[in-house]
Design a protein around this ligand. Structure first.
Ligand code: HEM
Length: 210
């Protein structure tokens, strides 16, 4: 039976999210193209090698700034609480048995989502700072070469972790039925909310009664 819908994201939040995703995909494609000769062919997807080199840093900055919008909108709901450590401790069982009903009650976001949120944040900060340090067109000339080399390694490491985190994030969004709708239409069913985020559901019901 279909249960009534609850608003989870407004149009601005959804546009912000998909703009971040667009920048992420283009920055990842152009970045991978510059990373290894075997991936050079990817430059064809962003207008050729010159464009890949020119656009990559700007796409990264755009992604960072757009993510900043999401960061301030959602940081409050991603603050770590002691119940989250308990949830994370039982995450192995959730993955092997797939039974979310046995997990400690989650609020707007569960501990897995919060963990990914902080990984996104940390990786994007490292990518921005290190990327600026070896951006030839603007700042590289004022950064010592050995420091630039460290920055290149950290940049690649942060990008690798970010890509893994995005794969986990997108997989979870598709795996948990009814979640994609939250970021496409903006709504989730009451049954979804009650099952996956019972504490958030309770707050929503209380707020609607006021
Ligand atoms: C194709 C890739 C992606 C898909 C399918 C996707 C899907 C989703 C969905 C369905 C939600 C809502 C989850 C919920 O409300 O429980 C969400 C939330 C979110 N997404 Fe994505 N997303 C993708 C990529 C990204 C990227 C690249 C970033 C940033 C680097 C990002 C950052 C966020 C953030 C910050 C939230 C808010 C939830 C939170 O704070 O944990 N997403 N995404």
């Amino acid at each position: 039976m279909k249960t009534p819908a609850l608003q989870r994201y407004n149009a601005g939040q959804r546009s912000n999210h998909w703009a971040v995703v667009t920048c992420f995909v283009l920055a990842a494609v152009s970045g991978l193209a510059l990373f290894h000769p075997a991936l050079f062919w990817l430059t064809a997807l962003v207008g050729g090698p010159q464009w890949a080199r020119i656009l990559h840093p700007y796409l990264g900055i755009a992604m960072f700034l757009l993510f900043l919008g999401m960061f301030f909108m959602f940081v409050g709901a991603n603050i770590w609480r002691k119940e989250d450590s308990e949830w994370l401790g039982q995450a192995g069982k959730l993955i092997s048995e797939g039974n979310g009903a046995k997990m400690p009650a989650a609020g707007r976001y569960n501990a897995g989502q919060k963990f990914v949120f902080w990984v996104f944040t940390l990786c994007l900060i490292v990518l921005l700072v290190t990327g600026l340090m070896f951006w030839q067109a603007w700042f590289a000339a004022s950064v010592a070469i050995p420091l630039q080399r460290v920055a290149v390694v950290l940049h690649a490491l942060a990008a690798f972790i970010l890509v893994l985190a995005v794969i986990v994030h997108a997989y979870a969004a598709i795996w948990v039925k009814g979640t994609i709708g939250a970021m496409v239409r903006g709504t989730v069913s009451a049954a979804w909310a009650k099952h996956h985020h019972p504490l958030w559901y309770r707050d929503q019901v209380q707020a609607s009664k006021k």
